[in-house]
Design a protein around this ligand. Structure first.
Ligand code: COI
Length: 332
């Protein structure tokens, strides 16, 4: 059995080497390239591919995989918003993702972003670098005094709720799929509008499906409390960046913690040091003292990376053997 694993990073190698040792029956061809119509040819003769990238798996790429005889594709990540599902279905591709690799990695990151913004860390860091060691005027806010609105109560949202409860925050939630335990605790509000009007901090944990795109926009920001902090560690296109900047400029939004950005593909996970920075709007966010941007690193922990490698390769074997995978992706 042969699997071609695309865009393997150095930091994934320890987990992949360990996995290979446990699966001597599998010939794993390691590629550093992304999967593209050109590199798809490298999979000729293999039984499956394991991939991770943010660049689109468009029709041309999937067609090239199909032409190379590949029917089984396993993502090492959770998001499937970059896949042309119609093409995948037409080409008879079977796909898996990694639904849960470490909810804690992402929930903790969201909590750190909240804490850093509440204690005005970017402003203090700037002052401290200039050796201005005065306290005022950057007075902080305590987590236990905040009402935190969690939109989306899947695995990540639920871990975040537990973390925030530990700090003593009041948590309210909204989800179209209500978790029975959270419901029994009375954590759900009836509508997004209710959440917007009550929350001091709003944290997004929903997928990038069409109903959610730009859910943070001028209209929703107008419904939020003055001084709200917005956290997005999910998908960049959940937030209308121009509306967010308007909200920050007007003072309605006190801060934003962004691990994702709507135009991040091709910009994040690149070194721009000494090169012209390609995105003015992102530059605005990076320079602000009321915004913390991290380049889609919420997932990036030793635990998560190991799980992503193991779960994706295990599921690729299951697809190849015609077994039911643990994380099938519905193409409908
Ligand atoms: C995902 O799993 O879809 C993510 O967003 C993390 C990715 C950058 C590996």
């Amino acid at each position: 059995m042969k699997i071609v694993s695309y865009s393997i990073r150095e930091d994934e190698m320890p987990a992949l080497n360990a996995w290979k040792q446990e699966h001597p029956e599998v010939d794993v061809q390691i590629e550093q390239d992304l999967l593209t119509p050109q590199t798809a040819k490298k999979a000729q003769g293999a039984d499956g591919v394991v991939v991770y990238q943010q660049a689109p798996y468009d029709r041309a790429t999937l067609q090239a995989l199909h032409d190379a005889g590949i029917k089984n594709m396993s993502l090492r990540n959770v998001g499937t918003d970059n896949i042309d599902m119609e093409a995948a279905k037409e080409l008879g591709l079977k796909i898996t993702n990694v639904r849960v690799y470490s909810p804690n990695a992402i929930a903790e990151h969201a909590a750190w972003l909240m804490g850093r913004l509440l204690r005005r860390e970017p402003e203090y860091t700037d002052k401290i670098q200039k050796r201005d060691l005065r306290w005022a005027p950057e007075i902080g806010r305590e987590m236990r005094m905040q009402t935190v609105g969690i939109i989306g109560t899947g695995h990540i949202g639920r871990v975040l709720i537990d973390i925030l409860k530990g700090f003593g925050a009041k948590v309210i939630c909204y989800d179209i799929f209500q978790n029975p335990e959270l419901k029994a605790e009375g954590l759900y509000v009836d509508s997004l509008d209710d959440l917007y009007s009550q929350a001091d901090i709003i944290s997004l944990h929903v997928p990038s499906v069409k109903e959610n795109i730009h859910m943070v926009n001028d209209t929703s920001i107008a419904k939020m409390k003055k001084g709200v902090i917005i956290i997005n560690v999910s998908r960049g296109d959940l937030v209308d960046t121009d509306a967010l900047i308007r909200g920050l400029d007007s003072g309605k939004v006190a801060g934003a913690g962004l691990d994702v950005y709507e135009d991040e593909v091709g910009i994040f996970n690149e070194d721009w040091n000494g090169r012209p920075f390609p995105d003015e709007r992102l530059n605005n966010l990076l320079e602000r003292k009321d915004v913390i941007v991290t380049p889609h690193t919420a997932f990036y922990t030793e635990t998560a990376v190991e799980n992503m490698v193991n779960i994706s390769h295990n599921d690729n074997i299951k697809l190849i053997n015609g077994q039911e995978p643990d994380n099938p992706v519905s193409l409908d």
